[in-house]
Design a protein around this ligand. Structure first.
Ligand SMILES: CC(C)(COP(=O)(O)OP(=O)(O)OC[C@H]1O[C@@H](n2cnc3c(N)ncnc32)[C@H](O)[C@@H]1OP(=O)(O)O)[C@@H](O)C(=O)NCCC(=O)NCCS
Length: 236
C-alpha cells in the first residue's frame, strides 16, 4: 500500500512488512517450523484483538473521577469517597483495636514507610473513606501504586465494629476495585493478609482474589511470627 493512501493513525504497511521480515528471520534462526508460525499468529491475534475481537488500548489515569457508589435510593447506601485531611482522627481511632491495626500491618515494606502518616503523604498511595448512609464506617487504600506495571496493594478496614459482617466491606471494596481499574488504570491488585484473618481471606476470595503464595513468618505480632498470604486479582 502507498503511504499516501494510509488512513489516519494506521501504521504504514511498509513498516509492518519490515518488522515482519525481521521477525521471520529471527524465528527461523530460533527454530520455527511451518506450524509454529501458525500457532504464533493465533497467539498474536488473541493478544491483539482481546475478548471481543476489538483491540482495546490500556486505559490511562483519570485523576478526578470519584469512586462509584450504590444507588441513591438504596436503603443501606454504601459510598466510598476520596480521603480528606479532616478524616485523620477518625481513621487513626479505627486503627487502635486489635482488628483495626491489621489495616496496615502485614505489609512487606520497612516500618518507616508503613506509618499511617508516611502512607497518607506518599505519592504512591490513595486512601478512600467508606460511608453508610452518609456516616463514615471505614477506609480503603491503594498503596505502592505502580503506574508503569499498573498494579497496587489494596487495604481495607471497617472501623466501626458494629458495621462488620453486614456485607459493607464487600460492596465498598467492589467500588474501590472499579475505581482502581477505571481511574488508576490498574491491571493487577494484590493484598497481603495474615493467614489467620479468615474474614479477610474469605472476602478476598468472594471478590475473585486468588492465593499467589505464603510469606512464611513474615510479621511478628503479639510476640509470635505469623505467615502472610499474598492474594491477587488480575483484571482483563
Ligand atoms: C476484613 C474486614 C474488612 C471484613 O469486613 P466485613 O464488613 O466483616 O465484611 P463483609 O460483611 O463485607 O463480609 C464479606 C464476606 O467476608 C466473609 N466474612 C466476613 N466476616 C467473616 C467472619 N467473621 N468469618 C468468616 N468469614 C467472614 C464472608 O464470607 C462474607 O461474605 P458472605 O457473607 O457473602 O459469606 C473487617 O473484618 C475488618 O475491617 N477487619 C479489620 C481490618 C483488616 O483485617 N483488614 C484486612 C487487612 S488489609
Amino acid at each position: 500500500m502507498e503511504d499516501s493512501k494510509i488512513p489516519d493513525k494506521q501504521l504504514p504497511g511498509q513498516t509492518l512488512e519490515v518488522v515482519a521480515k525481521s521477525f521471520y528471520k529471527q524465528a527461523l534462526e530460533y527454530g520455527f517450523k511451518r506450524e509454529d508460525f501458525l500457532r504464533f499468529v493465533n497467539i498474536l491475534l488473541d493478544l491483539g484483538l482481546g475478548r471481543n475481537g476489538v483491540y482495546t488500548p490500556p486505559p490511562s489515569i483519570k485523576e478526578d473521577a470519584p469512586p462509584p457508589s450504590s444507588p441513591a435510593d438504596d436503603k443501606e447506601q454504601v459510598t466510598v469517597r476520596v480521603y480528606e485531611e479532616s478524616d485523620y482522627d477518625l481513621l487513626r481511632g479505627w486503627m487502635e483495636d486489635s482488628a483495626g491495626r491489621l489495616f496496615l500491618t502485614t505489609r512487606p515494606d520497612p516500618p518507616r514507610f508503613n506509618t499511617l502518616e508516611a502512607l497518607l503523604n506518599s505519592e504512591t498511595s490513595r486512601f478512600g473513606i467508606v460511608s453508610l448512609n452518609g456516616r463514615p464506617i471505614g477506609a480503603l487504600a491503594y498503596l505502592n501504586i505502580d503506574t508503569d506495571q499498573r498494579k497496587a496493594e489494596l487495604r481495607k478496614l471497617i472501623g466501626d465494629v458494629a458495621a462488620r459482617g453486614h456485607g459493607y466491606a464487600k460492596r465498598a471494596t467492589q467500588y474501590w476495585i472499579e475505581y482502581g481499574v477505571s481511574t488508576l488504570a490498574l491491571r493487577k491488585i494484590y493484598v497481603n493478609t495474615l493467614d489467620t484473618n479468615l474474614a479477610n481471606i474469605r472476602l478476598n476470595e468472594h471478590l475473585g482474589f486468588r492465593i499467589e503464595g505464603v510469606l512464611r513468618d513474615e510479621v511478628m505480632l503479639d510476640g509470635e511470627y505469623q505467615d502472610v498470604l499474598r492474594m491477587s486479582l488480575i483484571l482483563p
